[in-house]
Design a protein around this ligand. Structure first.
Ligand code: ZN
Length: 91
């Protein structure tokens, strides 16, 4: 029997990839002294955005406690929230 796998929307994929990179940055630096700030990638929905957001490791770790928290540069758009209503497309 065939199974159907739901694929995430493109913008959710872009956010997920950048979020994973940020997690790797955090993990690679977690053992070092936590002074100063680190450049994390903006986790907005844009596939072409690779701008940085400077955060301390403590601030990043604190933010990640909330699973919905994203590193977003001021003025950039978050991904479409899961469960967010979309306007129906006329037939
Ligand atoms: Zn961005």
């Amino acid at each position: 029997m065939a199974s159907v796998t739901a694929s995430p929307t493109d913008e959710n994929t872009h956010t997920a990839h950048k979020r994973r990179v940020n997690e790797l940055i955090f993990e690679s630096l977690a053992a070092y002294p936590r002074d100063g700030e680190i450049a994390f990638f903006c986790e907005c929905a844009s596939e072409t955005c690779f701008e940085t957001v400077w955060l301390s490791l403590d601030d990043y770790e604190t933010g990640r406690i909330n699973p919905r928290w994203l590193v977003i540069r001021a003025g950039h758009r978050r991904q479409t929230a899961v469960g967010e209503r979309r306007r129906p497309v006329p037939a």
